[in-house]
Design a protein around this ligand. Structure first.
Ligand SMILES: NC(=O)c1ccc[n+]([C@@H]2O[C@H](COP(=O)([O-])OP(=O)(O)OC[C@H]3O[C@@H](n4cnc5c(N)ncnc54)[C@H](O)[C@@H]3O)[C@@H](O)[C@H]2O)c1
Length: 367
């Protein structure tokens, strides 16, 4: 029987999932059956025109009413405010769920999603896996595993763009990105899931403390329409302490801007007592540079290597890894407890802003 995949929400990101499914079908086990629904009928019609092999359904209820099969997958590709509710309904219908990032609006919702998945005996995965499993990340992990950097004490994760606000500079038709009640937040909710997923993939902490955080919305000459809320942060930062499985502690200086007035910058750098590494963590064009800094007889040395990425494209990864994992293959999929832990770190930055208190996020902790 053919694999069945259901997509809820047929906007911008749904098209990437469908393309990935098409490509995957060509190379692997045959094209799955694809069912789609959207509350906006124009969006649904446009999707079917683009992917005529997909079958439109009236609504979520009719989609989930159909008896489930063991390997059914629902992709939740709607705005964040709907993620927890749609995911839980899909899990309760007996289907695995691959949810878009950010996983949820807050820690409570994320915990409920995990609990529901466990009760249903199904998987809840997160699409924050788009940069997971890169060869360059494996090289960085290798340096850490071999102790090449000595005792690691600091990470700088600084990702600054001047004008890259979702809902304004990027995908302006989706103004919901600017409405906190729908998006959960600004650039942190939008790009933070990838930052935290990559940081966690490299450092593999089991506990993270948010020691300090700040967020703001720089003023610019491109205001959105007066009726559109523009209340979300576009520049944010946090000082975090990552507790590693080997007992080590690392301070992470984190900054993310989709709008700022200073220099654009992308820095992913780990420093230890024996050396440092910085790397192109995104490998957007299929390869990236890794710089290893060391000391040779008292002189600073830097060696540079270009690392090619032999993995899937970033937009293909979430659904393909998820399908492969369900089929029993080892992949860097981000699932269940790890998905909730990653998201909870992000949500805890907002909790710090709200309360002014240090936040602790422990892997596997139950509310
Ligand atoms: N656009 C991107 O490049 C991108 C990249 C990665 C992840 N994402 C994530 O994907 C999700 C969707 O983003 P998008 O860019 O596709 O948004 P979008 O605005 O293009 O599309 C969202 C669609 O969801 C539909 N929808 C809203 N509520 C619904 C409901 N209750 N039931 C069914 N359909 C509903 C809307 O009508 C719309 O067609 C977000 O969580 C976003 O962060 C987007």
């Amino acid at each position: 029987m053919k694999q069945r995949i259901y997509i809820v929400g047929t906007g911008a990101i749904a098209g990437y999932h469908a393309e990935a499914i098409e490509r995957y079908a060509e190379s692997e086990s045959g094209r799955p059956l694809l069912y789609v629904t959207d509350v906006n009928k124009a969006a649904l019609t446009a999707f079917i025109q683009r992917f005529p092999w997909a079958a439109p359904l009236d609504n979520l209820a009719s989609m989930l009413d159909e008896p489930s099969r063991e390997d059914d997958i629902v992709i939740v590709a709607t705005p964040p405010v709907t993620h927890a509710d749609i995911s839980c309904q899909a899990l309760r219908s007996g289907r695995h769920v691959l949810c878009e990032k950010p996983l949820a609006m807050n820690r409570e919702e994320a915990d409920l999603m995990l609990k529901t998945a466990e009760e249903a005996g199904k998987w809840i995965g997160c699409c924050s896996s788009r940069f997971a499993g890169l060869q360059i990340t494996e090289e960085v992990k290798g340096l850490l595993a071999h102790g090449t950097l000595g005792d690691v004490y600091q990470v700088q994760w600084v990702q600054r763009r001047k004008r890259a606000r979702s809902g304004i500079d990027y995908q302006p038709q989706s103004r919901w990105f600017l409405n906190r009640a729908v998006s959960g937040g600004g650039t942190l909710m939008d790009w933070g899931p990838y930052d935290i997923a990559s940081l966690n993939e490299v450092l593999q902490p089991d506990r993270v403390e948010i020691l300090h955080a700040w967020m703001t919305n720089p003023e610019t000459g491109h205001p959105v329409e007066a009726e559109v809320l523009s209340e979300v942060e576009q520049h944010a930062g946090a000082t975090m302490r990552f507790h590693l499985a080997n007992g080590g502690r690392v301070t992470v200086q984190y900054e993310r801007a989709a709008c700022c007035h200073g220099e654009e910058r992308s820095l992913a750098e780990i420093e230890g007592t024996g050396g440092a590494v910085s790397w192109d963590w995104l490998c957007f064009d299929g390869q990236g540079e890794l710089k290893h800094y060391s000391d040779v007889g008292g002189d600073p040395e830097v060696s540079k290597v270009t690392v090619k990425n032999a993995q899937l494209g970033m937009m293909d990864k979430p659904i393909i890894y998820f399908m492969q994992s369900i089929a029993g293959r080892e992949t860097p999929v981000i699932l269940n407890e790890q998905a909730v832990f990653n998201f909870s770190i992000l949500a805890a930055i907002y909790d710090y802003i709200r309360t002014g208190e240090v936040q602790i996020v422990a892997k596997g902790a139950r509310p």
